[in-house]
Ligand binder design. Structure first.
Ligand code: FMN
Length: 209
């Protein structure tokens, strides 16, 4: 089983990466493969709402000059996905938001790739906006019918300069527990293969006459 973690920070060794690493160690201790993919340091365009991913159903985004189409197959192949972001102005860091809008839209428009994968959100913050960003990230997971493991608090770690999050003892415990619970959920998911509820055709109701 494999989990990929998407680092939405431009810092490869920053606090988001640190938190993802703590979750990853707990996963690896349970025999689960773990890889961090760098997202935040790239140039990534926002979704242009062209709808081509749904029209073509080729599993690709129509914007082809960035990493989105390279990372999509990795996300599709993984058993679990962790989406990590630093807090920028009490929300998801902009580059990561662009990436998530496009990848989750392609996945949904091509048959719901992420349905019943295990998905978790992780946030790094200096002071305020952690829960709001955690909620915003969770929207991608829950609309995709992903299985979402929890910890003993919301998945937020505190620190400002890269590396400071190592000092947040409570945040470290949260990330470690998240990894353990995610590993257990992945194993339960394996046991449940073949008896999953069937997906349903989406009902759209836009309140337009
Ligand atoms: C553009 C920008 C906006 C930020 N906005 C906030 C904020 O709203 N609240 C906060 O507590 N910290 C804010 N921060 C601080 C980062 O969330 C914090 O330093 C975090 O640990 C960075 O994670 P990283 O090392 O993974 O990049 C901001 C940082 C930047 C660069």
């Amino acid at each position: 089983m494999k989990v990929i973690a998407l680092n939405g920070s431009p810092h490869k060794s920053g606090n988001t990466a640190y938190a993802l690493g703590v979750v990853g160690k707990a996963l690896q201790a349970e025999g689960i493969e773990f890889e961090i993919v760098e997202i935040g340091g790239n140039r990534i365009h926002g979704c242009i709402a062209c709808g081509k991913c749904g029209e073509r159903e080729d599993g690709k985004c129509a914007i082809t000059n960035d990493i989105v189409n390279e990372v999509l197959p990795k996300m599709k192949a993984a058993d679990g996905i962790i989406i990590g972001s630093p807090v920028y102005y009490s929300g998801i860091a902009g580059t990561m938001k662009c990436f998530l809008d496009r990848t989750f839209y392609v996945a949904s428009a091509n048959g719901g790739w992420f349905r019943h994968k295990v998905g978790a959100s992780v946030v790094a913050v200096r002071r305020t906006g952690g829960s709001m960003t955690f909620n915003a990230l969770n929207h991608y997971l829950t609309v995709s019918e992903m299985l979402v493991p929890t910890a003993n608090y919301w998945n937020v770690i505190h620190g400002r300069a890269p590396g400071e999050a190592a000092q947040d003892a409570e945040g470290n415990q949260i990330m470690q527990l998240l990894g353990k619970n995610m590993a257990w959920m992945l194993k339960m998911r394996e046991q449940g293969k073949g008896i999953e509820p069937k997906g349903e055709e989406k009902v759209f109701m836009s309140f337009i006459r």
